[in-house]
Ligand binder design. Structure first.
Ligand code: MEV
Length: 344
């Protein structure tokens, strides 16, 4: 059976979340899909359709070896680099499969799992997080096993930890893809599902190459070192945008949510994490009467998100972005995440 898990966009609160403030993420209706089924052919077979059908077979011994070398995962980069004989695109999935089989006793013998995704890669839409969520849930479903949500998310995050070589990876992305809808995050309360049913009509505007998130996060840290008071004030204002934006989502007040996005973008500019292309994308959105727009994610290039107003302006706006050489994706909120595959 096939399990799909949505992509994820950062809606509000980037960078401020690094300093304890609130951030909001949204599940977007582009999907990673995993078809897992018992075929009677053992051992466990893993197929990556988007990598020319790359295929590997993992028997119980191999899964045991992987699990043993991953479980003391203090040195995540050391683990990712091997020696394990598994290719880089396969390793996140093999790591998840090993934990499910060895630690959780999920029966993978005779199972094959095929991974594919409609989420553009490296686009700021959390394609790796969504693939890891779809994979974890698909293996649990096919293995007829259910685990607590928090544990399921943690196992899916193992895949994202391997992809990003970072033990803290995946908190927002994996939780949001798993639960769907809207997820808030702060250091104090962790990731939390938010009960909001607003469906947002968004454009994702890809303005081209971006700086690494480590670089833009580092830049904000430097600015804060130089002028703590000023930067703390900006971070507080971003937090207010996130709080107000969350109220708007719950109350379905889309125009005010858009105003929070424009405001947030200006604050991110003060943190010097925007770029010419991102500012241009946001100006065009204003010019065409979109409700809101802002950079999304780490910034320094990459994607802006635009909250559309009505249908006519929307088509013209898409045209305009394409004429400016930007790639544009239309997305809506995915209110259901992979979580919904388990009966509630
Ligand atoms: C990047 O997608 C979001 C940042 O806030 C970094 C983070 O929260 O880890 C810039």
């Amino acid at each position: 059976m096939e399990v799909k898990a949505p992509g994820v966009l950062k809606l509000l609160g980037e960078h401020a979340s690094v300093y304890g403030r609130l951030a909001i993420a949204i599940a977007a209706d582009r999907y990673a899909r995993v078809d897992a089924r018992k075929t009677g052919v053992s051992p466990f077979r893993l197929i990556l359709k988007d990598f020319n059908g790359l295929e590997v077979e993992l028997d119980k011994r191999k899964l045991g070896e992987l699990y043993d070398s991953y479980k003391n995962k203090k040195d995540i980069a050391g683990y990712a680099d091997g020696p394990h004989g598994i290719s880089a695109p396969m390793l996140p999935y093999a790591t998840i499969a090993a934990r499910l089989a060895i630690e959780q006793g999920v029966s993978l013998e005779g199972m094959s799992a095929t991974v594919t995704s409609d989420i553009p890669m490296q686009s700021g839409m959390a394609s790796s997080g969504a693939c890891c969520v779809a994979f974890t849930v698909a293996l649990l479903r096919a293995g007829k096993k259910r685990l607590p949500d928090v544990l399921t998310v943690d196992i899916a995050r193992d895949g994202d930890r391997v992809v990003h070589r970072n033990l803290n990876a995946g908190t927002i992305d994996v939780n949001t893809s798993y639960y769907g809808g809207y997820v808030s995050y702060s250091a104090a309360s962790g990731a939390k599902r938010e009960d909001a049913a607003a469906r947002l009509d968004l454009l994702v505007v890809d303005t081209g190459p971006k700086k690494s998130t480590a670089e833009t996060v580092g830049h904000v840290a430097e600015l804060r070192e130089q002028n703590k008071e000023r930067i703390e004030t900006v971070l507080d204002k971003i937090h207010e945008c996130s709080m107000k934006g969350l109220d708007c989502l719950k109350g379905n007040d889309i125009p005010t949510l858009g105003a929070c996005m424009y405001m947030d973008h200006e604050l991110l500019r003060e943190l010097e994490v925007s770029s010419k292309g991102l500012d241009n994308a946001v100006s065009i959105a204003r010019e065409y009467g979109a409700y809101g727009a802002k950079l999304s994610g780490g910034g320094g290039g990459g994607i802006a998100i635009v909250l559309n107003s009505d249908g006519v302006k929307r088509a013209r706006l898409i045209d305009r972005y394409q004429h400016s050489g930007f790639k544009v994706y239309t997305v809506n909120t995915a209110l259901e995440g992979a979580y919904n595959y388990f009966p509630r």
